[in-house]
Design a protein around this ligand. Structure first.
Ligand code: FAD
Length: 489
């Protein structure tokens, strides 16, 4: 194993290239890494919200946090504000932080016996209130990537790929060219054939060519289809530029339910990104675009981008000597901002299972198994948002909440939680994104109650510990908009 070739230079290609370079060549150069991309074909151009794991990935890659924030027009993210999901006018927050202080372990029982008027998040973390008050998760003197509260970013993914393409240029060989074909070998792929006749040989190939999946698709991969519980299959997106320096920058993602799906609103330093993820059986492209334009007030001269997708993963993202990472390996709608996370996870798993020798069979098996498990960890959480809704005001919501749109895994979890609230032992895998903590925020946010439990009559008070933390953070943490302006100068 001497030559690693990455096909594609989107977020997946560049993050994988630098992560593997650090993991494999960090101590001594062992493998030559080449990345081939076509600027003419371009990148998907969406993907703005992330989860906290990105901080560790960027730190590993060696990017300076302030420089990263400047170049990608990033803002901080405390979590996601879900609006109109349970019913119109209702909202709940999915924060990244949950205090594990003693005494808060009974918060779920207290909440379930209450009248639900105190948001569950406020019983176990300060993060929802701080987000709504526009506070940053850290101050200007906090070292890069460190934090007072777990946080992630909103970022311009194209700018991140550009930044990574300039980072440590001597370590990744970069070829600009269009892949016109593939030369097969008995193990999979022997070389990429570029327009103009160039041949790029390799021992291991990483397919980061996006939805095209140029390499893996040649090897007859099977797909695992998730459209039963995730029925949305289209998106329409806008970028609304702005240059008012004083404009407030919300430190959270907004995800608002719409007639046939939901929309995201993500504020970067220089623009508002918004997109409507919807189901084409209930809305056509023109109607979806019109609904989004009217919801967020898009001027007529701003063009829309329409994107088609399937909810799926490759059953075996690693076949022969080809590993698919990013959109070529699978896609789940961005309801919990998991796209870039799945790239980080795959890059980490490939580093851990890197085939230095000639017999990668067991490594390939383990990699494929880990990727399947991480998808199976995320999918029921996304599904819960739809199956716990109380909305029945449009054909989409009446359809998506029907029992046949629940995955078996969602049903199994809900059956269990009919008898007890979620707890640590429900999720025993150490490599997972979502644990009982995240599931609780969604369940309780959507006003789920175990079977046979009546509606409580009393408002539950915010625990003293959380109230004290809140008073402390309100003094310590700066305004998010001011901090971002200060960091970018
Ligand atoms: P791409 O960006 O499509 O890159 C493909 C690369 O392959 C490009 O460099 C292209 O030039 C190259 N290529 C293709 N064909 C050839 C060829 N023939 N020759 C040479 N090069 C070629 N993720 C999140 O984490 N958060 C979000 O909020 C989020 N929102 C999303 C919203 C939507 C509607 C969609 C569809 C996705 C979203 N994602 C999100 C997912 C995220 O966009 C992707 O995971 C991420 O951008 C990685 O894309 P990629 O690199 O796999 O593919």
């Amino acid at each position: 194993m001497k030559r690693l070739v990455i096909a594609g230079g989107g977020t997946a290609g560049w993050l994988t290239a630098h992560y593997l370079d650090q993991a494999i060549n960090g101590v001594a150069p062992r493998v030559e890494i080449t990345l081939v991309e076509s600027r003419q074909i371009g990148r998907i151009g969406v993907g703005e919200a992330t989860v906290p794991t990105l901080r560790e990935t960027l730190r590993t890659i060696g990017l300076d946090e302030a420089e990263f924030i400047r170049q990608t027009h990033a803002t901080f993210k405390h979590g996601i504000d879900f609006r109109d999901w349970c019913r119109k006018g209702h909202s709940f927050f999915h924060p990244f932080d949950r205090s594990s202080a003693p005494g808060l372990d009974k918060a779920n029982s207290a909440f379930l016996l209450s009248d639900f008027t105190t948001p569950y998040a406020d019983l176990v973390t300060t993060q929802r209130v701080l987000a709504m008050k526009g506070r940053a998760p850290k101050s200007a003197s906090t070292p890069g990537y460190d934090c007072h509260l777990g946080y992630a970013y909103h970022l311009d993914a194209e700018a991140l790929a550009d930044m990574l393409s300039e980072h440590r240029r001597d370590r990744i060989k970069h070829i600009e060219g269009k892949i016109a074909g593939i030369e097969r070998s008995e193990h999979g792929v022997a070389a990429l054939l570029l327009e103009g006749g160039q041949r790029v040989e390799g021992d291991l190939f990483v397919d980061c060519t996006g939805f095209r999946s140029l390499l893996l698709s040649e090897l007859g991969p099977k797909r695992v289809d998730y459209s039963k519980g995730l029925i949305c299959d289209r998106a329409v997106a806008f970028r609304l530029p702005f240059d008012e320096k004083g404009r407030p920058l919300p430190p959270y993602t907004a995800a608002t339910a719409m007639d046939a799906g939901w929309r995201w609103e993500i504020t970067l330093q220089n623009r508002l990104g918004s997109g409507y993820v919807y189901c084409s059986s209930f809305k056509n492209e023109d109607a979806a675009e019109a609904e989004l334009r009217s919801a967020i007030g898009v001027p007529d001269d701003v063009d829309a981008r329409h994107i088609r997708f399937d909810a799926y993963r490759m059953e075996e993202p690693w076949i022969g000597n080809v590993v698919a990472i990013g959109l070529s390996g699978g896609f789940l709608e961005p309801l919990e901002s998991t796209g870039i996370f799945l790239i980080e996870f795959a890059a980490k798993m490939l580093a851990e299972h890197f085939p230095y020798g000639p017999v990668p069979g067991p490594l390939r098996y383990r990699f494929n198994e880990r990727m399947a498990k991480i998808y199976e960890n995320v999918v029921p959480l996304l599904n819960l948002h739809y199956c716990l809704t109380q909305r029945d005001d449009t054909p989409f919501w009446r359809q998506v909440s029907r029992p046949e749109h629940r995955f078996p895994a969602t049903n199994a979890l809900l059956d269990l939680w009919s008898f007890k609230p979620p707890s640590g032992s429900d999720f025993t895998d150490t490599e997972q994104l979502f644990s009982w903590v995240n599931y609780e925020f969604i369940l309780f946010g959507m006003e789920w109650r175990p079977v046979g439990m009546g509606v409580g009559k009393k408002r539950v008070a915010v625990p003293e510990l959380i109230a004290n933390d809140l008073a402390h953070y309100e003094k310590e943490l700066p305004d998010h908009t001011h901090l971002i302006r200060e960091l970018v100068g």
